[in-house]
Design a binder for this molecule. Structure first.
Ligand SMILES: *Cc1c(COP(=O)(O)O)cnc(C)c1O
Length: 357
């Protein structure tokens, strides 16, 4: 039998989480964000599952966007980071992609080498994230320049929030956005997952659902379950060895874990080369044989070690859930000092995928 690690990807859960965003933002179009290979779930797989139901897709990688179009998807596909060189404008026009325009350099490219046919443009305004975006005071000037270029088939006003998930909230960003766009009769797109669920005043014409689509929470203080989301990816493996240890024995590289009692330790076929976080400390939750227990010792390349005390029935071959159905990815992320986003994006190509249609 092959090494037992698997990632099971549920298409019904994806469609459910998309429907949750539609229910939260009932008057808006909902773009399914599929950058980074569908947050690690597989761009083509996610597109196949959602294509028949979504209003559109948002992504960053132009090759994937073109492939999505060639696969027959007829709706909107938005390049959220825009283009990086002028030669991409012809590709964007050819595949009927929409693109964000967030910088002076991009405005210059639009003028110097306009696309062969007009394209759909999302003009991105910086409301405090200070990564991408035109300064609010320069927004109307940028809009004029896009119009003068003749490159735009449509223009949507866009921003991305720095604090939609946290206590600072969106009020200041909304104030800046409204000031910058006052009087402009153009469609608007502001909300990511956090704003979809926490800030209905941001919904406007088009929202952009990323992490919530995959069943993880964007919030520190509201679980995915509380948001009505279902896990899309379940990472499972098996116990491949059992060690009976004495008090004082240690486990793993660096001997960082020392038994304070006689312990049964399970060795699980899953390590950082599968995408499990190496910085997950002893005590990170894991489910063995349907019972919740904890990791002990360092995560190594191909294995983790787990305490079998609560699972007396565990033996070689006992199933293990690393995250997903039965153990929220967000709990593993919190224990590891990161977010669900990073864990799901990091699952490695060597992990075989099982699709649930
Ligand atoms: C990634 C991304 C999103 C989705 O964010 P989530 O927090 O995953 O919902 C939305 N908008 C833009 C511009 C993005 O880059």
């Amino acid at each position: 039998m092959a090494r037992p690690i698997r990632a099971t990807i549920s298409a019904p859960a994806l469609r459910h989480n998309y429907a949750q965003a539609k229910a939260a933002a009932p008057r808006s179009r909902v773009l399914a964000v599929v950058k980074a290979n569908g947050y690690g779930h597989g761009l083509d797989r996610v597109a196949r599952s959602l294509g028949p139901v979504v209003d559109g897709f948002g992504t960053l990688e132009i090759e994937g966007a073109v492939r999505l179009r060639e696969s027959g998807f007829a709706g909107e596909i938005v390049l959220l980071e825009g283009f990086f060189e002028a030669s991409e404008l012809a590709v964007i026009a050819g595949a009927r992609l929409a693109t964000s325009v967030h910088s002076e350099e991009q405005l210059r490219m639009l003028h110097a080498s306009p696309p062969p046919t007009p394209i759909d443009i999302y003009l991105k305004i910086n409301t405090g994230m200070n990564r991408l975006g035109i300064a609010p005071r320069a927004a109307k000037g940028a809009l004029d320049r896009i119009r003068e270029s003749g490159a735009a088939k449509s223009i949507t006003l866009m921003t991305h929030f720095a604090n939609a998930d946290g206590p600072a909230g969106v009020a200041e960003a909304m104030r800046r956005f409204e000031e910058a766009t006052q009087g402009l009769a153009l469609p608007r797109s502001l909300a990511n997952s956090a704003a979809i669920f926490a800030h209905p005043e941001t919904h406007a014409d088009t929202v952009r659902e990323g992490v919530a689509l995959y069943g993880a929470t964007p919030f520190a203080d509201r679980s995915a379950e509380q948001l009505g989301l279902k896990p899309v990816m379940t990472l499972t493996s098996q116990v491949i060895a059992v060690q009976e240890l004495e008090p004082g024995d240690t486990v793993g590289y660096g001997s960082t874990f020392r038994c304070d009692r006689a312990m049964r330790i399970g060795v699980v076929a899953c390590g950082y080369a599968d995408g499990y976080p190496r910085h997950a400390p002893s005590g990170t939750p894991v489910v063995v044989g349907g019972v919740r227990t904890k990791t002990v010792g360092r995560v190594s390349m191909d294995m983790i070690t787990v305490d079998l005390k609560p699972v007396s029935h565990a033996r070689v071959g006992t199933p293990v859930t690393l995250w997903g159905e039965g153990l929220p990815i967000d709990e593993v992320a919190v224990a590891s000092g990161t977010v669900g986003y990073e864990l799901m994006c990091a699952v490695m190509p060597r992990v075989p995928i099982i699709e649930v249609a």
